[in-house]
Design a protein around this ligand. Sequence first.
Ligand code: NAP
Length: 314
Amino acid sequence: MVKVVVSFKFFDKWISFLKESGFEVVYWGSEYPPSKDWIKDNVRDAEGLLCSLVNRIDREVIDSAERLKVISTFSVGYDHIDVGYAKQKGIRIGYTPEVLTDATADLAFGLLLAAARRIAEGDRLIREGKWNKPWTPDFMLGSMVYGKTLGIVGMGRIGRALISRAKGFGMRVVYYSRHRKEVEAEYMSLEDLLRVSDFVIIAVDLNESTFHMVNEEFLRKMKRSAYLINISRGKVVDEEALVKALREGLIAGAALDVFEEEPLPQDSPLIGLQNVVLTPHLGSATTETREKMAETAVFNLIKGIRGEPMVYEV
Ligand code: NAP
């Protein structure tokens, strides 16, 4: 029997599907990720590994796998896998782009609106029993979204999906990416984008060139009235620099779905700041999207083992 390892908490339905398809499935069912040793021990004689961003698939793990044909990740990001080394060893990598693009773009826009219009802050205020004064014209003023300028950093799949949403809000859309694209948005240098944008959404992938791309220098170039939204990966933002910028009023606010360390530590200074909206990595978290991601990841795994074209291969 061909052995596959599933190294994160997955859906029972798809575990059963793999078993019914004739695979021997070694499944890590806990929501707390397994140790590296557990993955190494179990992947030794497996042909397929189905993983997620909670698993670090480095050289050591890859070296311990003697028969591995495919690593299929339940994510579009693959910064948790040493892709170069895996490929060198002839291991194919499957991932789940496209199917989560719209859900993530929706969340980015939700965060943008929440930050600009102080939605989460207002909700907190009511729950904490602090809505105790009559209406006044200057109460909890936020920033207008309609008609403002959105700057998208990283014009990939999610970047593109943000354009139509922004157009619906009558926004001018500008972008910066490594390559110029045929899109309905104005291309400009990062410097110019930061100078003109009222909202900056980070939609790059995490790679060597984007690690701590949002640093003090980046934040200083933004308008003091602007908001930063990050739905990419936590390590793209230097969180210490962001906290400083939010405290000093270098920017008006931020909204973050991803963090340098996840779950976000309880003592993170971000938690004490009112001008930041925080969500726990919810980008692709819709029922419909997670089902499509599961199907894609499982079929990538099976097709990779069989030597067939995958649904999406890195
Ligand atoms: P994608 O299509 O690969 O887009 C990423 C874009 O980033 C690429 O188009 C690339 O630009 C650009 N980029 C990379 N390095 C850059 C740099 N140094 N400067 C400027 N642009 C750069 O990926 P996607 O599907 O849109 O997803 C983007 C990322 O979002 C994923 O990698 C993942 O980490 C994250 N994500 C998060 C969630 C969540 O739950 N919050 C959900 C889905 C995805 P060029 O094309 O110009 O080279």
